[in-house]
Write a protein that binds this ligand. Structure first.
Ligand SMILES: Nc1ncnc2c1ncn2[C@@H]1O[C@H](COP(=O)(O)OP(=O)(O)OP(=O)(O)O)[C@@H](O)[C@H]1O
Length: 308
């Protein structure tokens, strides 16, 4: 749905983004992660046709960013990192303004605006002035305006920045909802935890270079050669742990109060075999779960050059 090939952008001698290539499939939620100044907004603005590349090409929904910017704009809902909302305008007028810009026929506009207001839980604010809204509501309104022309692709530059924890959760829930509706979403952030449980794939960018990208489980797997399993028992863990120890794939065991974290080399089949053995031995197994690394772990390892 989004393909970037060898995108580069320089300002004078300064290389903001260097030779970046990336594929994002339909229906994915791609987390674009990097510290301040890494080149996220530059890449996003290129995709949104607001910035010309020094070199490189991209297509969005089959439309070339360089040759068919209008096609791209029809396919994309773009939310910038800094956005202005016009003072002296009511919420519905703000959305109507964008609906007109996107050439939505007058007869449909009222219905479309009603739908996006409902989706973003802003129906009760329809006749309020935009400048009287809280920051969280303004952010939601800005997200609402990206949806007015029902684009298949959403490109959101730090959509939850500056929001309190509750409003961040609301934005997250909304993103999940939009993905369920079939949208392909690219979302940038420098806050890793914000993206950990919503993204299907991620890319890590630092100083203009894309260091790593791919489906989130593959990225996690890459940084952890062996599986880490958290095993818990009801009652005395000793019999269960002795069985775990006898498994030839087990590389290390870190004992904890009611069980252990077990490092295991091997495939999903080996994991299942161990779990079945523990259940069959009736050693009081109550939980058996993969311990995922955190996005912070991934980011630190990738930016330190420990994983490529
Ligand atoms: N118009 C410009 N002229 C010169 N340098 C620029 C310009 N726009 C961006 N840069 C530089 O390019 C680099 C990448 O900027 P960019 O805004 O893409 O980073 P970012 O990853 O989005 O960071 P942030 O999280 O702070 O928004 C930065 O060093 C920035 O200072």
């Amino acid at each position: 749905m989004i393909e970037i090939r060898n995108f580069g952008k320089t300002y004078g001698d300064f290389v903001a983004v260097e030779d970046l290539s990336l594929d994002i499939g339909a229906g994915e939620m791609f987390g674009f992660i990097g510290p301040n100044g890494a080149g996220k907004s530059t890449t996003i603005r290129f995709l949104a046709t607001l910035l010309r590349a020094t070199h490189g090409e991209a297509t969005v929904n089959g439309c070339s960013v360089n040759d068919d910017p209008i096609g791209v704009r029809r396919s994309v809902g773009y939310m910038p990192d800094m956005f202005g909302v016009y003072d002296g305008m009511k919420v519905w007028e703000f959305l109507d303004f964008f609906a007109v810009a996107y050439e939505i026929p007058k007869a449909q506009r009222k219905g479309v605006i009603g739908d996006v207001l409902e989706l973003l839980d802003l129906t009760h604010k329809r006749d309020d002035y935009v400048n009287g809204l809280s920051r969280g509501m303004k952010q939601r309104l800005c997200l609402a305006k990206t949806l007015v022309h029902d684009p298949p692709v959403l490109i959101l530059d730090e959509p939850a920045s500056g929001l309190d924890p509750r409003a961040r959760l609301e934005v997250k829930a909304l993103l999940k909802e939009l993905r369920k509706m079939g949208k392909t979403i690219l979302i940038s952030s420098h806050i890793l935890t914000e993206l950990a449980d919503v993204c299907t794939s991620i890319g890590i960018i630092e100083r203009g270079k894309l260091l790593l990208s791919g489906p989130i489980d593959k990225v996690y797997r890459k940084i952890q050669q062996n599986r880490h399993l958290v095993v818990r028992f009801a009652g005395d863990p000793a019999p269960g742990l002795s069985l775990v120890r006898s498994d030839p794939n087990v590389r290390a065991i870190q004992e904890e109060t009611r069980g252990a974290t077990v490092e295991l080399a091997g495939t999903d089949d080996d994991v299942q075999r161990l779990m079945r053995a523990l259940v069959a031995a009736k050693v009081g197994l109550v939980s058996f779960a993969d311990k995922e690394p955190t996005l912070e772990d991934v980011f630190m390892m990738v930016t330190k050059g420990l994983v490529t």
